[in-house]
Design a protein around this ligand. Structure first.
Ligand SMILES: [Cu+2]
Length: 312
């Protein structure tokens, strides 16, 4: 686009110059020398194009503000993984990726991509909740999704990530080990509900909590099998944030978390009146308003068995 704009302004300039040249030539040589123009005009136009070619079009940086986590390389492509921190974490991870063709060094603009994170434990293997991967809005080369690691790695057990993708009907795959260190705070929790279903609940927002009423988002998933973790829709999550170090005080204007049909996540409001450690006590209700997990915070009960943590 920049090239075209430059080209156009340059072209207008050249056209004026051509006009001036024509007038000059007509004046100077009269009509009998007009045939000279057929040599001059192609020369000027060629010069215009050549000077445009000198301005290499800068590619837009579609990973600005992100840090590369790592590359996954197979014989044909390098898949670049990015997050805001340059790390993968225990809990929720917002991940951006792009695919580079090794032969042409160009980024692929029309791939369909799926992924499968797998934890290799000493006794078994399992996956974790993850979103579909979609093209980033208005982007040419970047794709985005999330993964929620409900377990961190340890010395003997860790995660790998398989990325399957299709370009022009051809299927490709790449796999690599990834690092998922333990989080200091409880940002994800695995529990069994009163319905005997195993659930995973993860903190998604706020990632940067403030002394304010924060938008809060969590993801709720069912452990259907070791490899399948579908979204749980239309439940409700009660929220009661407390500061255990300060008489377990709460905060005003919190809002319980409700299912968002558009994002398939749960949104509420989290009021944080000061910095420090907050325990976000939760109560999970199913769509029939039956309590599945968690207890009311009272004078005698200082916390719920279902909770997430924030410290800032
Ligand atoms: Cu595990």
């Amino acid at each position: 686009m920049i090239c075209i704009v430059r080209y156009q302004s340059k072209l207008y300039f050249e056209l004026i110059m051509v006009g001036v040249a024509i007038e000059f030539i007509i004046l100077k040589f009269k009509l009998k020398k007009m045939k000279l123009l057929k040599y001059i005009i192609p020369f000027i136009i060629t010069f215009t194009f050549i000077s445009c070619d000198d301005d290499t079009l800068d590619p837009i940086n579609e990973v600005e503000g992100l840090v590369k986590v790592q590359d996954f390389t197979n014989a044909t492509h390098t898949i670049e993984l990015f997050t805001e921190s340059g790390l993968l974490n225990h809990g929720y991870n917002d991940i951006t990726l792009r695919i580079k063709d090794i032969a042409t060094a160009e980024y692929i603009e029309h791939a369909t991509i799926t992924w499968n994170p797998v934890m290799h434990m000493t006794s078994r293997m399992h996956s974790c909740p993850k979103s579909d991967i979609v093209k980033v809005e208005n982007a040419e080369t970047t794709y985005n999704g999330y993964i929620i690691f409900q377990m961190a790695e340890n010395a003997d057990e860790g995660w790998d990530l398989t990325i399957n993708y299709t370009i022009d009907g051809v299927e490709y795959s790449v796999v690599g080990d990834i690092n998922v260190p333990q989080s200091e705070k409880q940002v994800v929790t695995v529990f069994t509900g009163a319905d005997d279903v195993k659930y995973i609940l993860a903190l998604i927002e706020p990632q940067k909590p403030e002394v304010a009423i924060n938008d809060m988002t969590v993801g709720l998933f069912k452990m259907e099998s070791m490899m399948n973790f579908p979204v749980v829709a239309n439940y409700k999550i009660g929220l009661d944030p407390r500061m255990p170090s300060m008489d377990n005080h709460s905060s005003p204007n919190n809002e319980d978390l409700n299912y968002n049909n558009f994002t398939d996540l749960y949104d509420g409001k989290l009021s944080l009146t000061m910095t420090g450690y907050w325990k976000l006590n939760l109560m999970l209700y199913n769509s029939n308003n039956e309590l599945l997990k968690g207890e009311e915070v009272t004078v005698d009960n200082e916390g719920s068995s279902l909770f997430l943590e924030i410290e800032f």
